[in-house]
Design a protein around this ligand. Structure first.
Ligand SMILES: [Zn+2]
Length: 487
């Protein structure tokens, strides 16, 4: 742990920096149960804003929320062979309840495909009942061996979308559409630009036909799988008798999709924008966008500046800005500054007696961004009108910086295996290279370097020139892939 005010610098130990920031910005804390986490109000406030934005986007694309139970019969999980194989090692099981051993053990949901499609099977009769578009906000439990706050915890919060469709084309369109929704959210709200693509077979969801993912680059140049969307084919529908009468009068199994993002996104946000002073929360997600700090020495000055701060806060609130007046008497202004900087509030508004006399305030931005100075004196009369727009500019500048950083650490057209190792084992980054499609080549890179295929990128992310050879074996390249170490 570094000194009182500062954090271990990112450049010294990114992982130590991350843990310190999450704890000391009061985003989360360790719980008494190994691997689980307590989300504190500041972290939960960010998550609530994420939820709000995503929930609206799900509704705008025709989905409805519902809730399914936490406990799932063990036999349900076992029905889909690949699914149980993928999840069995990390499943928590309830064997006793009400003082008795249960006849059938109950699984605490690691994900809800099985219970949801069992219910869909009761509700769907005909093609007229499709598509069925459901989302649930819930907690899930996966007994992970190595945990990290937000990034990998035994219990986490997420949303899981589950849909049923008449045919493969409709299911595939939904899978891609929801991946696009995630992208819009990650770019627009988180200022975290992901690369989109398909997962290789070894990395796809247990039981899926195809998995697509949003892969974002963190500041240590490792990848974070930030969201996934799966075309489940008819695999689950077959096991749960999710059948429907087709328009032609026949009978067919439905096609399913599922897609999810979790509280892991909060960790992604920290690792995308945080700096050696703490977290930086993009304005659209910040529970507090502007904190007003009155500065005073005498009682008279206190009355003057606190009153002024509350007056301005009221006006800003009416202009749609989320504000907070920090008028605590128990802390010096400097200590307040550190606290709000650590927590990543986008802008601080300082109000001293001299400012009141001049009818102005001092804005201090959390970061110097987009060529603007951090400190910006502003007339009170201008603050209310200009702050919403300034916050949007700050949001945009964060995204621009994240895109620039990702591009600066992306390596295209890599053809030498030694070069891949050099990048991955050095500063890290996204390595674009050819792949023959063989699991052996994929496995070799993983064993040698701990890098994995993050995705087979969608066309817009691919290099202008398609690679000719597999980076590993030199055979003919069937596709371009992105290699990186990942969280
Ligand atoms: Zn190969």
């Amino acid at each position: 742990m570094a000194d009182e005010q500062g954090f271990t610098p990112r450049s010294t130990d990114f992982s130590a920096w991350y843990n310190e920031v999450v704890l000391r910005a009061e985003l989360a804390d360790y719980s008494p149960v190994r691997g689980s986490m307590v989300i504190r109000p500041w972290g939960y406030g960010i998550w609530e804003n994420m939820q709000r934005a995503l929930d609206q986007m799900f509704k705008d694309t025709g989905h409805q929320n519902a809730y399914f139970p936490l406990l799932i019969p063990m036999s349900f999980l076992e029905r889909e062979k690949e699914h149980v194989k993928g999840f069995a090692p990390e499943v928590a099981v309830v064997t006793h309840a009400g003082g008795k051993e249960l006849e059938e053990p109950l699984v605490i949901r690691p994900t809800s495909e099985t219970i949801i499609y069992a219910m869909f099977a009761k509700w769907v009769r005909s093609y007229r009942d499709l598509p069925l578009l459901i989302n649930q906000w819930a907690n899930v439990v996966r007994w992970e061996m190595r945990t990290r706050l937000f990034l990998r915890t035994a219990e986490f919060l997420w949303q899981e979308g589950h849909t049923a469709h008449v045919d493969e084309a409709d299911a595939e369109a939904e899978t891609i559409r929801m991946l696009g929704v995630y992208r819009t959210f990650m770019e627009g709200w988180m200022a975290m630009p992901p690369v989109l693509g398909r997962k290789s077979d070894s990395e796809k969801f247990a039981g899926a036909l195809r998995t697509y993912a949003c892969e974002a680059m963190m500041q240590d140049n490792k990848a974070l799988q930030a969201g996934t969307s799966h075309n489940l084919g008819q695999n689950f529908a077959r096991q749960f008798e999710l059948k429907f009468q087709t328009a032609a009068g026949g009978e067919d199994f439905a096609w399913n999709t599922s897609w999810g993002v979790s509280t892991r996104l909060v960790g992604g946000l920290v690792m995308t924008h945080g700096d050696d002073g703490g977290v930086v929360v993009p304005p659209r997600l910040a529970p507090i966008q502007a904190v007003l700090v009155p500065i005073y020495r005498t009682d008279e000055e206190r009355t003057l500046t606190v009153e002024k701060a509350h007056g301005l806060a009221g006006e800003l609130k009416r202009a749609g800005v989320r504000v907070h007046v920090d008028d605590r008497d128990t802390l010096k202004p400097g200590a307040k500054y550190f606290e709000w900087e650590r927590k990543g509030v986008p802008v601080r508004i300082e109000i001293g007696p001299r400012d009141v006399a001049k009818q102005s305030v001092m804005l201090v931005w959390r970061l110097e961004l987009g060529g603007r100075p951090r400190k910006e004196p502003m007339l009170e009369s201008v603050v209310v009108d200009s702050l919403p727009e300034r916050l949007e500019q700050f949001q945009q500048a964060l995204l621009d910086a994240a895109i620039a950083r990702r591009e600066a650490n992306s390596y295209r057209g890599v053809t030498e295996y030694a070069r891949l190792r050099e990048i991955v084992e050095g500063a890290g980054g996204f390595v674009y290279a050819g792949w023959c499609g063989s699991p052996e080549c994929e496995e070799k890179v993983k064993d040698d370097t701990k890098a994995t295929i993050r995705c087979i990128p969608f066309e817009e992310f691919r290099s202008p020139e398609a690679p000719a050879r597999c980076l590993v074996c030199g055979g003919e390249a069937k596709m371009e892939v992105i290699w990186a170490r990942a969280y």
